[in-house]
Design a protein around this ligand. Structure first.
Ligand code: AHR
Length: 497
């Protein structure tokens, strides 16, 4: 181990494709994610398509959003899709009993979500209700969405403005079925899943990619039971949910902006735990599915803090700091490096909820540091993973220590290599050298995201405090190595040709 980080990349041995779906997002009927987020009051003076906010759409198109998960989360297992179609004036007002006990006018339903995905240019990922619904509801929803012939349901779709089938593929069946999705045992869930998935039929050449509700964090037993009891043909994927709690205590999660080094360290350390989880789940899945046909779908991840003071505790509105950017970048490095098994993931959540990409205040929006990471990292979507390793001194706090630097690398179809390096150490710039085995770099460009403190954030008064900048702190040495200096709390992506 060194004072200097030595990063070695097997540049001449491209491995599997990093699925773009690892860079997916999540929009729940929760707080101000849909209502007053994506979907705004008709009177609001912003550029809109119907009631969909186009500044948000443009920002998400800019990061190549590949898929969007909807309508929950916990809300999915309360959601009755029929309440959200047809004449908006006739849609029932229902209760969102899980998130803030607010009423739901159902003005944003299936057809509105499909239109949003179309504007975003991304694939829809629907989360189907198992907790308070029936296999028939799932069956009918898919007929409404995907069937090509004339039936009562497809005629309804036509009346609602969409003659052609939508052709949705990604369907989650149940959400957190071990908790808010029905408080089931894994045995019971697996039996239910076998029934529900049977009616998730492929219509008109639109095959469904079925995703089972997998474990929470370290619930290895849940995963093992599902893998044993659900036939493999019935699983495109199985999900994993893991949230970073900086304090390690769900009862007192800590502030999003007001924290010391102890809590900073706790945040990044607990985020890095994703790597351990993925290693363990991958090992278990390899036992049952050595051909790696079943995807691990991390469809909820991110840091979860206390809400901003004075906001509705049921709305999960939190600010987003430089710590969040480092967590996002490190997690995406972990996903890239596990992309043989992790083929989809969804940050929680896109707008105004948890580790958001975008925050809004009436007409204003701001792009969070996490947003800027997704923009920097979009170069890895659909590129081939390059194996990388890093040797460096640990970042120590008190008696604990974590690797101070992490990395992932890929090679795109255009032949460009991208290396994304994270320095988690808040106290030290780290000198680094990048060794590209089997590749002679001719041209190098760099991009950097950093800030003086881990508590820095973009506010509505100062929305561009943390933005990416060109990075010039590298040098190609005579022996072909690239040397550079990584500022404290920084993320650097090198583009190498
Ligand atoms: O993302 C917020 C909530 O976290 C989701 O609704 C639920 O699935 C998870 O517990």
């Amino acid at each position: 181990q060194n004072e200097q980080a030595v990063i070695t990349i097997q540049a001449d041995q491209p491995r599997q494709t990093i699925s773009k779906h690892i860079y997916g997002h999540f929009a729940e009927h929760l707080g101000r994610c849909i209502y007053d987020g994506f979907w705004v009051d008709p009177a609001m003076n912003v550029n809109k398509d119907g009631r969909i906010r186009m500044d948000i759409v443009d920002a998400l198109r800019d990061i190549n959003i590949p898929n969007l998960r909807w309508p929950g989360g916990c809300y999915a297992d309360e959601y009755q899709w029929r309440d959200g179609i047809g004449d908006p004036a006739k849609r029932p007002v229902t209760l969102n009993s899980h998130w803030g006990g607010v009423t739901e006018d159902n003005s944003f339903g299936t057809d509105e979500f499909m239109k949003l995905c179309n504007l975003l240019g991304c694939e829809p990922y629907l989360s189907a209700n198992m907790g308070t619904s029936t296999p028939k509801d799932l069956r009918d929803w898919i007929e409404y969405l995907n069937f090509d012939g004339k039936t009562h349901l497809t005629q309804l779709r036509e009346q609602n403005g969409h003659k052609e089938p939508y052709g949705v593929s990604f369907f989650g069946i149940g959400n957190e079925s071990w908790g808010c999705g029905g408080n089931m045992t894994p045995e019971h869930y697996s039996e239910q899943y076998r029934i529900f998935q049977e009616y998730a039929r492929n219509y008109s050449n639109h095959p469904i990619k079925k995703i089972a509700s997998g474990p929470n964090s370290t619930d290895y037993n849940w995963m093992e039971v599902c893998l044993k009891k659900i036939p493999q043909y019935a699983l495109w994927g199985i999900s994993l949910h893991y949230y970073t709690i900086a304090t390690g205590n769900w009862g007192q999660k800590g502030s999003s902006t007001d924290f010391d080094e102890k809590e900073y360290f706790g945040g990044v350390k607990n985020a890095l735990y994703m790597d351990t989880l993925l290693k363990n789940y991958a090992a278990m899945m390899n036992k049952y599915d050595p051909a790696k046909k079943i995807a691990l779908v991390v469809d909820e991840w991110g840091i979860w803090t206390e809400v901003e003071p004075g906001t509705n505790p049921g709305f999960l509105y939190q600010q987003n700091t430089m710590r969040d950017a480092l967590i996002a970048a490190s997690t995406l490095n972990i996903f890239n490096n596990h992309s043989d098994r992790v083929r989809m993931a969804n940050l929680a959540q896109a707008i105004n909820v948890l580790q958001a990409l975008i925050l809004t205040d009436k007409e204003k929006i701001l792009l969070t540091p996490t947003y800027h990471i997704f923009k920097m990292y979009k170069v890895h979507q659909e590129a081939n993973l390059l194996e990388s390793s890093v040797s460096v001194n640990d970042y120590k706090y008190g008696t604990e220590s974590i690797p101070g630097v992490n990395v992932s690398a890929s090679k795109g179809e255009d032949g460009k290599i991208h290396v994304s390096v994270v320095n988690l150490n808040p106290n030290k710039a780290v000198p680094a050298s990048v060794i590209l085995n089997g590749y002679n770099a001719k041209q190098i460009k760099g991009e950097l995201l950093t800030s003086a403190s881990y508590t820095d954030y973009n506010s509505f008064d100062e929305p561009d405090k943390i933005v990416t900048k060109e990075y010039k702190g590298f040098k190609k040495e005579n022996d072909g190595k690239i040397t550079m200096k990584l500022p404290p709390l920084s993320i650097v992506t090198l583009e190498i040709q």
